[in-house]
Ligand binder design. Structure first.
Ligand code: ATP
Ligand code: MG
Length: 349
């Protein structure tokens, strides 16, 4: 089958991932028919409460799902190539060089027993023809680029000698040293204080300006989304429940879950970062997921149908769609009447 003429740089289509249950327990369906895509030059946000499947999606996109995860449906394509169907050696070839991830916990990016300089030098093994000294110099320059003062000295430090903010920056530097076409940043500001968080956001904004690849930012923080992203996918209980351009998401949210997130957190509109607010109730169990709409038990608009019948994907406007029985195309809105641009899986181009 031939790839579409202009394939997105990276794309998950109808992706379902389950974690095997232990001791005969049913599998936990962490992702259900998730479709997202990112083009070169675009920053795509993945937002949702804890446990909604954000890190599972990030791991699937880079082909690093844990051993107990099973892809039960769908594909991940990088430049049209089915990434998950490649043998591990092929995936390794793409990973790092073409797709790199700054991990949620920056400690996992680094070995505790080697200095930052040694590791950042080793990460550049793909740069044929460059000696160690040149790679180390490049590592130092990248640390300076991500705002680490005294980078030459930091190269000699071990990971535990760095502050949380510095480790987070070093993890981003590590990912960037691979010169990837797709950079995935999983919760790049979690566990940072407000000042550090602002600095990392500033760094990502600069990257956004200078970097021509795709950036996928996974976050709890609506403010991070507003500051950085072009397009946003809202995940709830392993499903994309809304996809929208960032402006539409804030000003014309179509899914009650998105509206609840924003209503609780008007600061998201101003770009002031803060964690997602608490919505009454909790994310449902995913082993197995509930029938009907997973958000129905917490939704103020839910009708009897919502609890039994899975909602369809509704294209509400250009580039915007929501998985909700109550969502309607913005038919009377002169600013956005054309529901084209969203396919049945919710992949919006
Ligand atoms: N290795 C694993 N084995 C079994 N279940 C897992 C594993 N990793 C995640 N899960 C489960 O899969 C679901 C999705 O988890 P995931 O870590 O992807 O969510 P998340 O949105 O990244 O959450 P957070 O915001 O807390 O990082 C959760 O129910 C979680 O408990
Ligand atoms: Mg996570």
């Amino acid at each position: 089958m031939s790839a579409p003429l202009i394939a997105p740089l990276i794309e998950a289509a109808g992706l379902s991932v389950a974690y095997r249950g232990e001791d005969g327990a049913p599998p936990l369906q962490a992702l259900r028919a998730v479709s997202i895509a990112a083009e070169a030059g675009e920053v795509v946000g993945i937002v949702g409460e804890s446990g909604c499947g954000k890190s599972t999606l990030a791991a699937a996109l880079i082909g690093l799902l844990p051993g107990n995860a099973v892809v039960t449906a769908g594909t991940v394509r990088f430049r049209g190539t089915d990434f998950l169907a490649l043998p591990e050696a092929g995936r390794r070839g793409l990973r790092g060089r073409h797709i790199a991830m700054a991990f949620q916990d920056p400690m996992t990016a680094f070995s505790p027993v080697l200095t930052i300089g040694t590791q950042l030098t080793d990460f550049q093994h793909h740069l044929a023809g460059q000696g160690r000294a040149a790679r180390r110099a490049r590592a130092g320059a990248m640390l300076a680029r991500v705002g680490i003062a005294d980078a030459a000295r930091v190269l000699d430090h071990y990971p535990h000698e760095l502050s949380g903010g510095m480790r987070q920056r070093a993890a981003i530097a590590a990912a960037l040293l691979m010169t990837p076409e797709v950079l995935i940043a999983d919760e790049p500001t979690t566990a940072l204080d407000v000042t550090m968080e602002a600095q990392i956001i500033h760094l990502l904004r600069e990257l956004r300006r200078d970097y021509h690849g795709a950036i996928i930012v996974v976050t709890h923080h609506l403010g991070v989304v507003g500051e950085l992203c072009d397009r946003v996918h809202v995940l709830y209980a392993g499903e994309v429940v809304e996809t929208a351009l960032v402006d539409d998401l804030y000003h014309r949210p179509a899914h009650p879950y998105t509206r609840a997130l924003i209503a609780c957190d008007p600061a998201g509109l101003t770009g002031v970062t803060r964690p997602l607010p608490t919505i009454p109730g909790r994310v449902p169990e995913l082993a197995p997921p509930p029938p009907g709409c997973a958000f129905a038990p917490r939704c103020t608009l839910a009708t009897a149908r919502c609890h039994i019948e899975a909602p369809p994907w509704v294209a509400v406007g250009p580039g915007q769609g929501a998985r909700c029985h109550e969502a309607r195309p913005r038919g009377c809105d002169p600013g956005g009447t054309d529901p084209k641009g969203a396919d049945a899986n919710g992949a919006i181009r």
